[in-house]
Design a protein around this ligand. Structure first.
Ligand code: NAG
Ligand code: NAG
Length: 435
């Protein structure tokens, strides 16, 4: 009996609910009656359900994104933990020389000088990385392995790189970039070094090459606004440098040609290393990020090779005349902290500001030739180029930065006088459109 009662009550409730629902549906759209309006309402309901569904899936997507973000953050923290530099003992730092070689047997000339001036084989191990699989070159390098404990590693991938026709002529640049990436990964990941000095197989070095890099390493390591030390001065021709071999500078222009970087820099650049033209890629603001390099007044490397990927004409016109330093400067016994950004910027800005200003014509005519230094201002790209041409310095830009420039100022010698080719005091920074 009680059960029948219950069933009856449930049935009544069910019917009432249905009636109520029907009433509600009808009264929602009081203007319409008949089957048309019910259809409309059903359609409406369907729409509601669809909206609800899409909201749900959006919610789900957001949740997924959130989860991925959290995972990425966690991974980031873990990677960071493993790559946070352990405090380095800068005096005991090992600075391997990575010599990039290919198919030039004259690599022996570079190796001879690297060995001749090397003060300590444990502090400066030499790693020759060879691309191209050239047997005669491999044989030459192998002699140094046997006689001097030089390490010889070979790029395993010497395959041609498939390029569409207009880029075909740049094959060499593509291979070079691929080789650099592989070799630097070996240095930092396989051999786990903390820094590297990179040279190529056509470079001579100065007697104080190792001394220069040893002494500047602690500065590079301490100053996050520096990302390299280079042996090169792009305006390093004999008549454009003073004979003060101690002089060092900061530059916003990445010079390359015998240069040092730390592992932290490679961890940043390695994963996005370009397929070609790696040096210009490094000069782009996306990579440089406002950082500077240390460079000398007088080059600590010079190139003897004509045959090469990028050289040739550039060698005949320019590289041939670069002065290689021949004195030994005991840099490690000197205080180089003046190269740290704060100190250097204050000193350099004041120096340029206080230097008397002349026009190019005046400088060329020997006005004020009794003064040690002169300043010439430039405000436009054309002004810079025309002045540079007249005075014989490099007149090109990469990513808007003139070679050798620091805070827009290019420093060089002209007929025995120091010249600062400088932007005006209200300078706003480099314009990447200048080229
Ligand atoms: C060799 O390099 C080419 C082009 O960079 C690349 O496509 C290929 O996968 C590489 N081969 C190996 C075995 O790494
Ligand atoms: C790599 O070098 C770092 C810093 O010198 C050191 O802490 C770490 O243990 C080394 N890792 C390996 C696998 O040798």
């Amino acid at each position: 009996m009680r059960r029948k009662h219950l069933v009856a009550i449930v049935v009544v409730i069910f019917l009432t609910w249905n009636l109520l629902m029907y009433y509600m549906l009808v009264s929602k759209n009081p203007g319409k009656t008949g089957s048309g309006s019910v259809e409309d309402q059903l359609r409406g309901l369907q729409g509601d359900i669809h909206r609800q569904l899409s909201q749900n899936s959006e919610l789900l997507q957001q949740l997924r994104k959130f989860r991925e973000q959290k995972l990425a953050e966690k991974l980031d923290r873990e990677i960071h933990k493993t790559t946070t530099p352990v405090p380095l003992n800068v005096d005991k730092i090992i600075l391997p020389i990575l010599l990039i070689a290919c198919d030039r047997t004259t690599v022996s000339r570079s190796l001879d000088l690297l060995l001749k001036y090397r003060p300590n084989k444990d502090k400066f191990p030499i790693i020759v990385s060879q691309d191209c699989g050239h047997k005669p070159t491999a044989d030459v390098i192998q002699r140094y392995v046997v006689d001097h404990g030089v390490q010889h590693i070979k790029h395993p991938n010497t395959s041609d790189i498939h390029l569409p026709w207009p880029q075909k002529k740049f094959q060499g640049y593509y291979k070079l970039s691929r080789h650099y990436k592989w070799a630097l990964n070996q240095v930092f990941h396989t051999y786990n070094h903390s820094a590297v000095i990179i040279v190529e197989d056509d470079l001579d070095i100065s007697p104080d090459f190792y001394e220069y890099f040893s002494a500047t390493f602690p500065i590079l390591h301490q100053d996050p606004s520096l990302w390299c030390v280079s042996a090169w001065n792009d305006n390093g021709k004999v008549e454009m440098v003073s004979d003060d071999a101690e002089l060092l500078y900061r530059t916003d222009f990445f010079p390359g040609l015998g240069w040092m970087m730390e592992k932290s820099t490679w961890l940043e650049l390695g994963p996005k290393w370009p397929n070609a033209f790696w040096d210009d890629w490094m000069r782009h603001p996306d990579q440089r990020k406002g950082r500077a390099c240390i460079r000398p007044e007088i080059c600590r490397t010079s190139t003897f090779g004509k045959k090469g990927v990028s050289k040739g004409l550039f060698y005949e016109k320019h590289l041939k005349f670069i002065k290689l330093n021949n004195k030994f400067v005991p840099f490690t016994k000197k205080d180089l902290t003046y190269l740290m950004k704060d100190k250097y910027d204050a000193y350099f800005t004041k120096l340029v500001k206080e230097t008397p200003e002349v026009t190019v014509a005046e400088a060329m005519a020997g006005h004020k030739s009794n003064l040690k230094a002169l300043k010439i201002l430039y405000s436009t790209k054309e002004e810079f180029k025309s002045t540079a041409k007249k005075l014989g310095i490099m007149d090109d830009f990469k990513a808007g930065v003139p070679r050798v420039a620091y805070n827009g100022v290019v420093s060089f010698m002209y007929r025995g006088q120091r010249i600062y080719l400088s932007p005006p005091p209200n300078w706003k920074g480099y314009d990447p459109k200048w080229s």
